[in-house]
Ligand binder design. Structure first.
Ligand code: KG4
Ligand code: ZN
Length: 378
């Protein structure tokens, strides 16, 4: 099945073409046009600039992708319809509707967060697992895939689920229990800032530019993570919720208490670099400690067989490494699966795969009914 996928929920325009056969995903084309340069001077995403760039970039990327296939051979059009910035979502939804109608093909609106979960199956070892269509034909009425080994897939998938996925991005921080493909339960989420948002805000305090996550991660490598004693908000709370705004404020108070020349905005001062590096390392460690503690707690309570990550912050090498160490120590029999770096950030390939899952579950959506849903839940 060939799937044309579109992603425009925030500040990345993505268009991809997937071919899914025999439970294997082949990515024929995958383009992302990043808007970092546009938003960076503002220290965050400016919605009207983002939507303008989506409308400018979508036709360019679509032309590149459609050059790789006879459009009549496309079987499904998938587009993110939430959650995200509403005007940005509409850009992808509208173009996808026009395409699906013109090609007379089915279309699905895809939940961006299901996309971040699906990213674990793109080019990672999970690709060896049978994809959902063969698992339960009663639930996949649109599946034409009976030819795949049903029993084998059941055995493989029973080794995989239940799974827990920590979704950590600029807009979301959620711990999701995945009982099967398409069956999700949100165990907890942030009560204020998302994890990526906290990285971005702390980077802004330190004048490190936007997006802040990669920059903080880079400087943290040179810093001492125990230099500053920062809080680990809600680490011991009796639930799976998160809170990152207090951690960001703690960094702000530390900076306010320092001599102005140590505040990260005067790069020439000696001592400045070391303090900035130590602050980055200490902040990053505090965030990671909370993310790992909650994920492991959920994994133990729900006796999961697989632990996954998703979203832009999942590209953080320290998080990836320390989560692996924690799993080896506390849940040695669990699988640990990660999206490859390129698929942690927003992209359309993950939307194509999640769209495929949705199509197998419930068929195409009524095109007229597909609307942008900025607060769409899993
Ligand atoms: O998933 P994503 O590309 O977009 C959203 O759906 O939000 O995530 C972007 C977020 C930004 O906040 C960015 O600072 C953060 O992911 N990020 C990182 C790293 N790379 C990107 N945070 C920590 N460490 C990184 N290496
Ligand atoms: Zn995202």
């Amino acid at each position: 099945m060939k799937i044309l996928a579109i992603e425009t929920s925030c500040d990345d325009t993505g268009v991809a073409l997937l071919d899914i056969k025999g439970g294997k995903v082949k990515i024929i084309a995958d383009f992302v046009s990043s808007q970092t340069e546009i938003h960076s001077p503002f220290g965050g995403v400016v919605p009207n600039l983002a939507v303008r760039a989506h409308y400018k970039n979508l036709p360019i990327l679509l032309e590149k992708v459609l050059g790789k296939i006879n459009p009549k051979k496309i079987d499904l059009v998938a587009t993110t319809n939430g959650p995200g910035l509403e005007p940005c979502l509409w850009a992808g939804v509208n173009i996808a509707k026009v395409l699906a109608k013109a090609l007379d093909k089915p279309m699905v609106g895809v939940n961006h967060l299901e996309g971040h979960i699906a990213a674990n199956w793109l080019g990672a070892s999970l690709r060896n697992y049978q994809l959902p269509m063969a698992n339960d034909q009663t639930n996949f009425k649109h599946s034409k895939l009976n030819k795949f080994g049903l029993d084998a897939s059941k055995i493989q998938n029973s080794k995989l689920f239940p799974a827990v996925c920590l979704i950590v991005s600029g807009g979301h921080t959620q711990l999701v229990l995945m009982k099967n493909f398409g069956e999700y339960k949100i165990l907890g989420q942030t009560r204020d800032d998302a994890a990526g948002e906290a990285f971005d805000k702390v980077a802004k305090l330190l004048n490190l530019g936007y997006p802040g996550g990669p920059q903080i991660a880079l400087l943290a490598k040179k810093g001492d993570s125990s230099a500053f004693n920062l809080p680990r908000p809600m680490i011991g709370s009796n639930n799976y919720d998160f809170s990152f705004s207090g951690l960001k404020t703690a960094v702000l108070y530390l900076l306010e208490g320092m001599d102005s020349r140590f505040r990260g905005n005067d790069k020439k001062e000696s001592g400045n670099d070391k303090i900035t590096n130590d602050l980055c390392a200490s902040f990053q460690q505090a965030a990671i400690d909370v993310l790992i503690a909650k994920t492991i707690k959920a994994a133990v309570e729900y006796k999961v067989k697989t632990i996954m990550l998703g979203g832009g912050v999942a590209a953080n090498q320290e998080l990836r490494k320390q989560m692996s160490m924690a799993i080896k120590k506390q849940l040695p029999i669990a699988n640990y699966q990660l999206p490859i770096l390129k698929y942690c950030a927003d992209n359309a390939a993950m939307i194509g795969l999640a769209g495929y899952w949705k199509y197998q579950r419930s068929g195409g959506d009524k095109i007229e009914n597909i609307i942008a849903k900025p607060n769409l839940n899993l």
